[in-house]
Design a protein around this ligand. Structure first.
Ligand SMILES: Cc1cc2nc3c(=O)[nH]c(=O)nc-3n(C[C@H](O)[C@H](O)[C@H](O)COP(=O)(O)OP(=O)(O)OC[C@H]3O[C@@H](n4cnc5c(N)ncnc54)[C@H](O)[C@@H]3O)c2cc1C
Length: 261
């Protein structure tokens, strides 16, 4: 069985990003980049499925050259191989979700027959939770989302438990399939010291959008104007009173005066 796991590199949410002083072109935000935390659950599941069903796993990322570090994290955990799709166009032209999905789907196809594509539930920066939808659409595979447990893979059919509003359901789908995992699915392992050393020595092969036949200028959406929400001014009033009923009555009067109730 062949498993592909999609790994995005994202800013480390455990530390505050540093913002350099603004120059003519504006300030620069600098953040330590790490493996998207939700993708560690997908990597762990890929490793576990390979153990359970005798498979091979490949981690795939689209990003700048240093996104190879996120792939090395997955390799250090125990994923077998990795491939980086490195943008060969202007690096500021990263494409929209659909372009990202097209690149990832083309890179998955380039791996030969892949039975299961695993992804995280969302990225901690873009946060759209949309890329796996595009990948499944581009590959023409069924998509199972919010998967809590992979129960079985047998006779070309995968059976999973997925979270739904107010409960869980058991679903089966024919392979090949795209699966977005929930954080309840497992406890991602820490990479071992030996795993880190081995991963650091790996030369990760790269593919370019042009090699994959994806036009980076085909984006349907563009970030043109990112606005801060309007600043809100708040005022605090302490309601004084000799007793709770008196304070409650004054509070009600104040709320009525402000037309809140
Ligand atoms: C410099 C820059 C410019 C951008 N410009 C635009 C723009 O003009 N218009 C626009 O719409 N968007 C733009 N984007 C956003 C870009 O489209 C998204 O970062 C990308 O589509 C991923 O979406 P997401 O982060 O919401 O991932 P989600 O959909 O939340 O991710 C879900 C899962 O998909 C997988 N995944 C997602 N992204 C990747 C990846 N890159 N590699 C491997 N796996 C992945 C992971 O498993 C992840 O857990 C830009 C991003 C950058 C960095």
């Amino acid at each position: 069985m062949k498993i592909a796991v999609l790994i995005k590199q994202t800013p480390d949410t455990a530390e505050l990003p540093k913002i350099s002083a603004a120059d003519a072109s504006g300030g620069q935000v600098q953040a330590t980049m790490v493996i998207n935390p939700w993708d560690e659950f997908a990597a762990e599941e890929a490793i576990d499925l390979c153990d359970r069903f005798d498979g091979d796993s490949v981690a795939i990322s689209f990003g700048p050259a240093d996104a190879a570090d996120a792939l090395k994290h997955a390799l250090a955990m125990g994923v077998n191989e990795a491939v980086l799709i490195e943008n060969d166009a202007d690096s500021s032209d990263s494409g929209d979700d659909w372009t990202t999905a097209a690149l990832l789907a083309a890179a998955i196809k380039a791996q030969g027959e892949v039975d299961i594509v695993l992804t995280g539930k969302q990225s901690v920066d873009g946060n759209s939770g949309s890329v796996f939808v595009g990948v499944a659409r581009k590959l023409g595979h069924p998509l199972l989302v919010n998967v809590l447990k992979i129960t079985d893979v047998a006779d070309g059919v995968i059976t999973v438990q997925r979270g739904i509003d107010g409960g869980e359901e058991t679903v089966s789908a024919p392979l090949p399939v795209v699966i977005s995992v929930a954080k309840e699915i497992n406890d991602p392992r820490y990479p071992s010291f030996m795993g880190i050393r081995k991963a650091n020595r790996e030369q990760i092969p790269t593919l370019s959008p042009s090699e994959l036949g994806v036009d980076m200028n085909s984006a349907q959406t563009a970030w043109t104007n990112i606005r801060k929400p309007a600043e809100r001014h708040t005022e605090v009033k302490i309601i004084e009173g000799a007793s709770v009923p008196e304070k409650a009555a004054k509070l009600a009067e104040a709320l009525i005066a402000e037309k809140v109730i």
